[in-house]
Design a protein around this ligand. Structure first.
Ligand code: FE2
Ligand code: FE2
Length: 185
């Protein structure tokens, strides 16, 4: 099975009509889990869910399409406190479902995948195996993205620390040289 989703023509054929839509493309503008954008995250959840569904002989079309649309909401994650209602975790799957329904006709299975993908943070149990896969792959993707983000923050902190230490060392060396020259004179 292809590792890179674009090379997996069977997968691409299932989602390409959705992927071309302006609304779906616009997800690229939104940051997601600090290190990625919402389109990349959605494709990742969709593709890994599709790969597992294929192995388990489940509905690959529904999982690929609903996986792609599971976070179809158009506000920055940082603004999640402004969403109102029952809060971001409960509301955004419903907002995504409403938005997805404007773009394409969805089966009951696809609706369930989108609506229940926040299981864990919300209590409603996913009804189908495919919905369980997407909620798990969503968490897996989130953990990977957050780990990469954490590691990037750590790397930049270490690099800043090294720069500061180097500058301090250089300043200290210059000071020593000046002191030595003063003593010699
Ligand atoms: Fe989500
Ligand atoms: Fe997600």
């Amino acid at each position: 099975m292809s590792k890179f989703w674009r090379d997996d023509f069977e997968y691409v054929a299932l989602i390409e009509d959705l992927l071309e839509l302006e609304e779906v493309q616009s997800l690229e503008k939104f940051k997601h889990h600090k290190v990625t954008n919402r389109l990349a995250h959605s494709i990742s959840v969709s593709y890994y869910s599709y790969c597992l569904a294929k192995k388990l002989k489940l509905n690959t079309r529904a999982i690929a399409r609903a996986g792609l649309l599971h976070d179809l909401f158009f506000y920055e994650s940082e603004d999640k406190d402004l969403v109102g209602g029952r809060g971001h975790y409960w509301e955004h799957p419903r907002i995504a479902l409403k938005n997805a329904k404007k773009l394409t006709q969805l089966s009951d299975l696809e609706c369930d995948i989108i609506e229940k993908h926040m299981f864990g943070a919300t209590r409603e149990l996913p009804k189908y195996k495919e919905s369980w896969i997407v909620t798990l792959m969503d968490k897996r993707a989130a953990m990977t993205e957050l780990a990469v983000g954490g590691s990037n923050i750590l790397k930049s902190a270490v690099s800043r620390y090294q720069q500061v230490m180097y500058q301090s060392f250089t300043t200290a060396s210059l000071a020593h040289e000046t002191i030595d020259q003063t003593i010699d004179n």
